[in-house]
Design a protein. Structure first.
Length: 467
């Protein structure tokens, strides 16, 4: 009889790891601390609840690394991508989902699988010795007790950074006499539409007043023990971006490019705030790139300065939560086992990947690795030429040395083509007459190579040794 594997954490990574194990015929015990212990960010008891954005970002595999990761996970039998595809919402070129329908489907799939047992309990310390195969996928909201236990085991001084949440607005409180529906460059996304975002235009005066309000607003105070915790650079609060320069926002989340205001077609906005559909009914829309640590009263006041949002009603205001991650290049083997205690594997955001899909992707790999071990088969790593393999290599082996045996500061990373090995023959030639053709050709070539290598990896007999 095949021994069971314990998975701690029922988020995206833990749910995906449990699904991969059960799909391989390995019994799983999935431990989820909600509702026994609540977190600062979760609203429900569902597995794989999305606590920040409802977007899985770009779904275009040929030109975008996260879209490529989507496609690789689909081919590898991902539960997370299957549920996302069935609950997708209009979002231009992005894959956005109805968060309740998505989490409900993941929960139902795992609850109904005969090889999966779900225990609603907190694992507040290192697992007992008789748990000889464990995947720790506790994510950004790891319970303090477990985080402290891992910290003591590894000797690491710090395991955390801050992540932020964007507000959600009721659709019927947006003034569409001022705003309009359009995707950037009218791009058609997986939902089939080219007008998937609400756009709020700001002229120079509106923009300057908005930035000034951000800079002078009252922010949520840090607790004493949080003061030295850094932000994740890929998810900065909007007021922190504004502090880096008054024009930062109009070149970032508020850039006006690729959009035409039908109410004033001859006038280009100085900046644009975009909102993306957040639920299947289309009644809730989240403010894209507007994660924040402003106090709630300040958020309502300042965000209602945006043209079209003067009467905005907020279903949820923004917030800040602490995120936990390991110094993975130092602490983990390439098969995601902890060097200090190899019966423990880690998966998801706690390993130092950032983003929903990246977290689930590492969960997929960890589940496959643990299943191979349980079934007495050799572990085969995904090729580093694939998105899955590139992420794995980055967090376990791809970090730069800081000299004299030290390691440079390790920060969470989204998947991107910069993590992929160079093409053997160098950069592809630029397509004739195509703007940005050289870059596009390189991305097409990297993506094509990745999928070909992934298909070969997935087709290998399970006994083939790791690379």
């Amino acid at each position: 009889m095949v021994g069971q594997v314990h998975v701690i954490g029922g988020g995206l990574a833990g749910s995906e790891a449990a699904w991969q194990l059960a799909s391989a015929g390995v019994p799983v015990v999935l431990h989820e601390m909600r509702p026994v212990r609540r977190t600062e960010a979760h609203q429900t008891d569902a597995l794989a609840e999305l606590v920040c954005s409802n977007s899985f970002r770009s779904d275009e595999w040929a030109t975008n690394a996260v879209g490529l990761l989507h496609e690789e996970m689909r081919r590898a039998g991902s539960l997370i991508l299957a549920a996302a595809d069935r609950h997708k919402l209009p979002a231009g070129g992005a894959l956005a989902v109805d968060r309740d329908g998505f989490a409900g489907e993941v929960t139902q799939a795992l609850e109904s699988h005969p090889l999966v047992s779900i225990l609603r309990e907190e694992v507040g310390a290192l697992p007992p010795a008789d748990w000889d195969s464990v995947i720790v996928a506790t994510g950004p909201l790891t319970s303090p007790a477990l985080a402290q236990a891992v910290q003591a085991l590894t000797g690491e001084a710090e395991l955390a950074f801050f992540d932020a949440i964007a507000p959600i607005v009721h659709r019927d409180s947006i003034d569409m006499d001022i705003c309009w529906l359009q995707s950037r460059y009218d791009k058609v996304g997986p939902g089939g539409g080219s007008a998937d975002y609400v756009n709020c235009p700001l002229d120079k005066a509106h923009y300057d007043a908005f930035v000034e309000a951000l800079l002078t607003a009252e922010k949520a105070a840090f607790k004493e023990w949080e003061g030295s915790t850094p932000y994740f650079e890929g998810c900065l609060p909007i007021e922190v971006m504004a502090e880096r320069g008054r024009e930062t926002l109009c070149y970032g989340p508020m850039k006006p490019v690729g959009l035409t205001n039908p109410h004033r077609p001859g006038v280009r906005p100085y900046a644009v705030v975009q909102l993306r559909q957040d639920n299947a009914l289309g009644t809730l829309w989240n403010m894209v790139g507007f994660q924040t640590k402003l106090k709630h009263g300040e958020q309502a006041r300042i965000f209602r300065m945006i043209p079209g949002l003067e009467q905005a009603e907020f279903a949820r205001l923004g917030g800040l939560h602490r995120n936990t991650f390991l110094n993975s290049p130092v602490l983990l083997y390439q098969d995601l086992r902890l060097k200090a205690d190899p019966r423990l594997r880690f998966a998801g955001q706690i390993t130092g990947v950032e983003g929903y899909v990246e977290s689930a992707g590492i969960g997929l790999i960890a589940g496959r690795f643990a299943a191979a071990d349980r079934l007495g088969k050799s572990v085969s790593h995904p090729p580093s030429t694939t998105a899955l393999g590139a992420l794995l290599h980055h967090i376990t082996a791809g970090h730069l040395s800081g000299g004299e045996g030290g390691m440079r500061s390790f920060q969470p990373m989204n998947v991107n083509f910069g993590l992929f090995p160079l093409l053997p023959a160098g950069e592809p030639a630029r397509a004739k007459g195509e703007r940005g053709g050289k870059t596009l050709a390189r991305k097409h070539a990297l993506a094509g190579r990745a999928l070909a290598d992934l298909d070969r990896w997935l087709a290998r007999p399970a006994s083939v040794a790791a690379e």
